[in-house]
Design a protein around this ligand. Structure first.
Ligand SMILES: NC(=O)c1ccc[n+]([C@@H]2O[C@H](COP(=O)([O-])OP(=O)(O)OC[C@H]3O[C@@H](n4cnc5c(N)ncnc54)[C@H](OP(=O)(O)O)[C@@H]3O)[C@@H](O)[C@H]2O)c1
Length: 325
C-alpha cells in the first residue's frame, strides 16, 4: 500500500479524496494545513486519520510515503523539493513549475533521492485520450495540420489565487496548460515557435489568452484559455484526410462520442470513460512507486509545458517569441 498525505485543503482535493479511497493499493492517511484549526476540521470532515499543522510536519512523518500537492501554483516547486528532500514521492498538480529550469531542478533532486515525482494531468490517464492518440497516430486523419483547442470558465471570486501573480495565477497556467500539452501529444514534436496574446487583469495575470504554436512541418495549434467566458472545453484535430472532434477532452465523462469526418462520411466513435475521475492517475502513480512502472507524464513533458507557456507569456508581453530557449 502507498500511504498518502495531502498538503493543504484545496478545493480540488474533493475530487482526489474519493479517488484515493477507490484506488487499489492507496491509502489516505493524513492532511496538513497552514493552521491547526483548519487541519483538524478538514480531517474530521473528510475522515482522514491524521492532521498536521504545517506542511513540513507532514513531510517529516516517516509513516507517509507519498504526498499529493495541490497548493497554489507558485508553491509547487518549493514544496515538491521539500517533499523530495524528505524522501517522499510527489504527485504535484499542474502546472508543476512556471520555469523549465525548475523542472530540471526537480528532476535532478528526484533522481538522486530515488523518488517518483509526477505532474498531475489527469486527462493523460483516461481512455478518451488513449483513443484520440490511437486514431491520430494511427493515421486516421492523414497528416495533422491544425489543432484547435481551449478551456474557459467564469471566475468571479476576486480573492482567488488564480488572479494573484505572486501565486502563479493566470488563465494560461491554470487551464491553458491543457490545450498546450495536448498539442504536443498529438504532434509528437516540440513547437518551433510560439505567439501569444493576452487580455491582462489589473493584478497583472492574463485573464484571457490566445496562443499559436507552430510545429515542425508547419502544423499549427491554436489555443485559448480564459476566466471570462462560460465553462467550455474543446478540441478539434484537422488532418490532410479528415478531422476529429473530441468532446470534454480534459475531463472526460463516463461515455463520450468522438466525431470522425473523412471523405464526406461522419463516423461516431463511442468511448467509455471512468466512473470516478482521478482514480486511474492515482493507481498509475502507485504502480510507478511500487512496481517501477514508467510515469505517464514524464519530466520531459513537464519541461515542455513550463517552457512553452513561459515562451507564450513572453510573446504576449512583447518579448521574443522564439522557441526553444
Ligand atoms: N487537475 C485538476 O483537474 C485541477 C482542478 C483544479 C485545480 N487544480 C490545481 O490544484 C491546485 C489547487 O487549486 P484549487 O483551486 O483547488 O486551490 P484552492 O482551493 O485555492 O486551495 C489552495 C490551498 O493551498 C493552501 N495555501 C497555501 N498557501 C496559500 C496561499 N498563499 N493562498 C491560498 N491558499 C494557500 C490552502 O490550504 P491550507 O490553508 O489548508 O494550508 C488552500 O486551501 C492548483 O495548482 C490548480 O492548478 C487541478
Amino acid at each position: 500500500m502507498l500511504r498518502w498525505g495531502i498538503l493543504g485543503t484545496a478545493r480540488i482535493n474533493r475530487r482526489l479524496i474519493p479517488a484515493f479511497r477507490v484506488a487499489t493499493r492507496s491509502e489516505l492517511v493524513a492532511v496538513a494545513s497552514r493552521t491547526r484549526a483548519r487541519a483538524d476540521a478538514y480531517a474530521a470532515e473528510w475522515q482522514i486519520p491524521r492532521a498536521f499543522e504545517g506542511y513540513q510536519a507532514l513531510l517529516d512523518d516517516p509513516a507517509i510515503d507519498a504526498v499529493y500537492l495541490s497548493l497554489p501554483n507558485s508553491l509547487h516547486v518549493p514544496w515538491t523539493l521539500a517533499a523530495v528532500a524528505a524522501g517522499k514521492h510527489v504527485l504535484c498538480e499542474k502546472p508543476m513549475a512556471l520555469l523549465a529550469a525548475d523542472i530540471d531542478r526537480i528532476h535532478t533532486a528526484a533522481t538522486a533521492a530515488k523518488v517518483v515525482v509526477e505532474e498531475g494531468f489527469m486527462y493523460r490517464h483516461e481512455p478518451l485520450t488513449t483513443k484520440v492518440l490511437e486514431l491520430v497516430h494511427g493515421g486516421a486523419l492523414g497528416t495533422v495540420r491544425a489543432i484547435v483547442s481551449g478551456f474557459t470558465f467564469s471566475l468571479t471570486d476576486a480573492t482567488n489565487p488564480r488572479l494573484d501573480p505572486a501565486l502563479g495565477g493566470g488563465s494560461l497556467w491554470d487551464v491553458g496548460c491543457y490545450p498546450v500539452t495536448y498539442a504536443r501529444l498529438l504532434t509528437g514534436r516540440d513547437p518551433k515557435m510560439v505567439f501569444g496574446s493576452a487580455q491582462w487583469h489589473a493584478s497583472g495575470v492574463d485573464e484571457e489568452f490566445m496562443g499559436m504554436l507552430r510545429f515542425p512541418g508547419g502544423t499549427t495549434a491554436t489555443i485559448y484559455s480564459g476566466f471570462r467566458a462560460a465553462l467550455r472545453t474543446w478540441l478539434e484535430v484537422i488532418g490532410s484526410d479528415g478531422s476529429l472532434t473530441v468532446p470534454n477532452p480534459f475531463k472526460p465523462g463516463i461515455r463520450e462520442t468522438l466525431t470522425l469526418e473523412r471523405d464526406g462520411r461522419i463516423e461516431a466513435i463511442a468511448v467509455a470513460g471512468s466512473p470516478e475521475l482521478f482514480v486511474r492517475q492515482v493507481e498509475h502513480f502507485a504502480a510507478s512507486v511500487l512496481d517501477g512502472a514508467p510515469s505517464v507524464v514524464t519530466h520531459a513533458d513537464s519541461r515542455y509545458a513550463a517552457a512553452t507557456m513561459s515562451a507564450l507569456l513572453d510573446s504576449a508581453r512583447g518579448a521574443t517569441a522564439l522557441y526553444p530557449e
